[in-house]
Design a protein around this ligand. Structure first.
Ligand code: NAP
Length: 263
């Protein structure tokens, strides 16, 4: 049975709900999950000790440390401590380096999920003009990198935009495939896209909504209702990239278990 070690430090509500969803998904497909909820005051040394224990625990094939970590913990030190062979989030520099070099590696789950969404929806990536809004280490940079690889899942021409981009709309209007990962509602509006564009909305934003029991609802970075009229394909929020991210985490964990078993 494949095993996933899950670590959540602190009580950030969004992180709690992501971790719950990941654990539920593990349970659904028969992955054992070693659930570690630690208080926000947990020291860096305690967290590193836990990661080290999981690094050598044969029941655990993948280690997931939910980000962000509290400010007093050095995130990159913790990610570096994860055994690259169990780095199912694909955030260890060894896996990032391999990904950039086009070698076999654990691919980060959100960008890998995006590639699978495109492939399985029959979207032609090769030669496509792709515009990525956002340059984070977990979404923008890796998805741009994966799409420029000289491979069957790459060969796109990619533009990366961020807050210092001079005219965002000038770039987004060129996109055959537009990937929005800015973390801000309405970053992409209908006037910013061309007819027939394929839109991948990565954003998950809470906006106040008094009609909801929780007092908020989730929206993406794209003005879905207006942009869907011009797009040939568009992912919803929730229900698009999020579930695919979890799926690729499970995929990486199963791959890791297979490698550990020598199959
Ligand atoms: P992040 O680290 O905050 O990065 C946001 C990026 O967007 C930055 O590079 C920022 O530019 C850029 N940006 C922000 N506003 C912009 C604007 N108006 N115009 C152009 N660029 C803009 O965020 P992240 O971790 O990549 O996450 C992005 C969103 O995706 C969030 O809503 C997050 O919750 C969501 N997310 C969802 C999943 C999932 O599984 N569904 C997974 C990961 C993330 P600068 O670099 O110049 O600041």
């Amino acid at each position: 049975m494949p095993g996933l070690g899950v670590v959540l430090v602190g009580d950030d509500p969004a992180s709690q709900s992501y971790v719950r969803a990941k654990e539920r998904a593990c349970e659904n497909i028969g992955i054992y999950s070693d659930d570690n909820r630690l208080p926000a005051e947990t020291s860096e040394a305690e967290l590193l000790a836990l990661v080290n224990r999981m690094n050598t625990d044969h029941k655990i094939n993948g280690i997931l440390v939910q980000l962000p970590l509290p400010k007093h913990i050095n995130e990159s030190k913790v990610l570096m401590a994860i055994n690259p062979a169990k780095d199912v989030d694909g955030f260890h520099p060894m896996n990032i380096g391999k990904m950039v070099a086009g070698e076999k590696a654990f691919l980060p789950c959100t960008p890998h999920g995006i590639i699978q969404l495109l492939l399985r929806s029959g979207v032609k990536i090769e030669g496509a003009e792709v515009v990525v809004v956002g340059r984070s280490n977990i979404v923008g940079k890796p998805i741009a990198n994966m799409l420029i690889q000289k491979s069957a899942t790459g060969n796109a021409t990619v533009t990366i935009c961020h807050t210092r981009t001079r005219s965002l709309a000038e770039h987004t209007r060129r996109a055959d495939i537009l990937i929005a990962a800015a973390g801000r509602p309405n970053t992409v509006t209908a006037d910013m896209v061309k007819d027939g564009v394929v839109v991948i909305d990565v954003g998950v934003n809470r906006v106040e909504d008094a009609t909801k029991k929780k007092g908020y609802r989730l929206v993406g970075d794209v003005d879905f209702e207006a942009v869907k009229e011009k797009a040939s394909l568009i992912t919803p929020v929730p229900g698009g990239v999020g579930p695919m991210t979890i799926t690729m985490l499970l995929y990486n964990t199963v791959e890791s278990a297979k490698a550990a078993a020598g199959t």
